[in-house]
Design a protein around this ligand. Structure first.
Ligand code: FAD
Length: 296
């Protein structure tokens, strides 16, 4: 399996996203999830790039280990935060040495939880588009980029986001993955607007909700509004953690089914380093073609 083969295939891709664990105990939990998710033979798995030195090292280490020790195809996230071009080249070189051939090129956000203005490193890059160009220039990499169905928080409007994706495609990106989506219509609006301008497949990011407080915080941080219909379904069972999980899996299943019916090129699951809820959603979907094709 490889990402170029995935892009050429006439079926929806399945992929899973992890984040770098902060200590050995959470790394063990992550590896348990990776091993369980490996069994459904996803097209790729990705590891987000941390904001600081230690977590960035963990991203690189986990991604390298996935490349060396599993049957999975890793997609390595990389950001421009606090990095000179020389440092970015070095990380790309490390990935290449470990056999990683695909990179998700991102700008990133200023470190810390408060959303401050973006300031590029004095010898670094200003936009994800520049990182796409850099990585493509460094070797035979397949490069993906981020997309924002609910409009990027710093962007004036959807048209600007569409323009940015067209520029990323022109810079050499072959696909995009979105921020977590809860509203299929906003995803479809962005996908169709980009499709009218260039051939950049955009895969929606889905997150099965297992914890209401966590999702409310993430949606605020990421600027992804939770649709009122989803909020009221979750609020109706707010006092029952097991019921929240069940509703979360149901909501994600319905969204995934709609995305597939609308012809989305794949489903990218944000797993929060756990496997159970994602596997439940996956199991609810009718995806025989993907399983058969990947089994070979
Ligand atoms: P850019 O494409 O550079 O866009 C940033 C802003 O600048 C946007 O408002 C855009 O409209 C504007 N812009 C872009 N290009 C231009 C231009 N040429 N001229 C004028 N304006 C422009 N963050 C992490 O730290 N680590 C991760 O691993 C990570 N993974 C992610 C994965 C996905 C799928 C997604 C959707 C996001 C991820 N993020 C991650 C978050 C991401 O880094 C932030 O959302 C960041 O604010 C935007 O990144 P970008 O790559 O879209 O940046």
């Amino acid at each position: 399996r490889s990402i170029p083969r995935m892009l050429a295939a006439q079926r929806p891709s399945i992929s899973f996203e992890f984040f770098p664990p902060k200590d050995d105990a959470s790394e063990a939990v992550l590896w348990e999830a990776i091993r369980r998710l490996e069994r459904v033979r996803p097209d790729f798995v990705s590891v987000t790039y941390g904001a600081g030195g230690t977590t960035q090292d963990r991203t690189v280490r986990v991604t390298e280990r996935i490349a060396r020790e599993t049957t999975l195809t890793p997609l390595a996230h990389l950001t421009c935060v606090n990095a000179s071009v020389a440092q970015l080249r070095q990380v790309v070189g490390q990935y290449a040495a470990a056999g990683v051939r695909s990179i998700l090129a991102l700008r990133g956000d200023p470190p810390g939880n408060v959303r401050g203005p973006w300031v590029a490193h004095p010898e670094g890059l200003d936009h994800a588009e520049d990182l796409v160009r850099l990585v493509r220039g460094l070797g035979d990499f397949t490069v993906g980029v981020a997309a924002f169905p609910d409009v990027h928080p710093e962007s004036p409007n959807l048209e600007h986001d569409v323009e940015v994706l067209v520029r990323k495609h022109a810079a050499g990106a072959s696909f995009a993955v979105t921020q977590m989506v809860f509203d299929a219509d906003s995803y479809l609006r962005l996908r169709d607007a980009v499709a009218a301008r260039c051939d950049l497949p955009i895969t929606p990011g889905l997150m099965p909700v297992t914890n209401f407080k966590q999702i409310a915080r993430m949606s605020e941080l990421m600027g992804t509004p939770l649709p009122p219909a989803v909020v009221s379904r979750l609020e109706a069972v707010a006092d029952d953690p097991q019921a929240i999980r069940e509703v979360g899996v149901q909501v994600a299943t319905e969204l995934a089914e709609r995305m597939l019916a609308e012809g989305a090129p794949g489903l990218h699951f944000i797993t929060m380093n756990r496997s159970t809820a994602t596997l439940e959603v996956y199991g609810n979907l009718d995806l025989p073609v993907a399983s058969v094709e990947n089994a070979g």
